[in-house]
Unconditional design. Structure first.
Ligand code: GTP
Ligand code: MG
Length: 211
């Protein structure tokens, strides 16, 4: 039977993972949200599940420092009654002002998780509409190609730029990701603030889970 992604249910936070040894045993398919610090990962998860403040957001980059797991409510979580998916909010990379050792710790966690998780079904790589793909994003794109993890690029904060600039950015970014073998060829432009592209993303996630 096709699995239904319950975006109409309530969602809950289940667990924070500070390093690889605390990862839960592999259960439901995982959908992870990665990207530079402050790009809008936690805000996008809140918009998707329609719960303000479920994933903690902040103006200060470096808010999320662990892998945070969210699941739809109403499942026991036992092998017989697993939720159909988990959403994983990741620490951001590329935040230069945090203490170096902290940054190294999060960056290692992000890279280790992306490389080594069998139940990770799709990574959404978030890119700020105002900045486009930067050098450290390229490093993550390459890592995902090498690890052969299916990923899709999402432009965030589309409300912050003019419609004509967004169109140009979509064309340019689509050409850039075309060079990456594991990247889904189309991107999704979103604004968590205005609710733009959120339904498209829900549909995309439903498709990943069905396959
Ligand atoms: P880290 O956890 O630090 O890596 O950041 P993050 O990627 O989780 O970003 P977060 O969701 O905390 O958002 C960072 C800031 O951007 C917050 O002040 C949000 O309110 C703002 N923001 C996020 N999405 C949008 C959006 O679609 N539009 C606008 N205008 N602001 C947004
Ligand atoms: Mg965050």
């Amino acid at each position: 039977m096709a699995k239904i992604v319950p975006f109409d249910r309530t969602w809950e936070f289940v667990l924070s993972v500070p390093s690889m040894k605390f990862l839960p045993s592999e259960g439901p398919p995982e959908i992870a949200f990665a990207g530079r610090s402050n790009v809008g990962k936690s805000s996008l998860i809140n918009a998707l599940v329609n719960v303000k403040g479920l994933a903690r957001t902040s103006n200060t980059p470096g808010r999320t420092q662990q892998l945070n797991y969210f699941v739809p409510s109403g499942y026991e979580g036992t092998q017989e009654d697993l939720p159909p998916l988990s959403l994983v909010d990741m620490p951001g990379y590329g935040y230069a002002k945090a203490p170096k050792t902290e940054v190294e710790k999060w960056t290692r966690l992000v890279f280790d998780y992306l490389r080594g998780r069998a139940t990770l079904k799709r990574v959404y790589l978030l890119i700020d509409s105002r900045h486009g793909i930067k050098k450290n994003d390229e490093d993550v794109l390459k890592l995902l190609d090498t690890a052969a993890i299916s990923y899709q690029v999402i432009l965030t904060k589309s409300d912050k730029i003019k419609a004509s600039d967004l169109e140009a950015l979509i064309v340019q970014t689509t050409a850039q990701i075309g060079k990456h073998p594991a990247a889904y060829p189309e991107l999704i432009a979103t604004s968590s603030e205005k609710g733009v592209g959120i339904d498209d993303l829900r549909k995309a996630i439903a498709k990943v889970i069905r396959n």
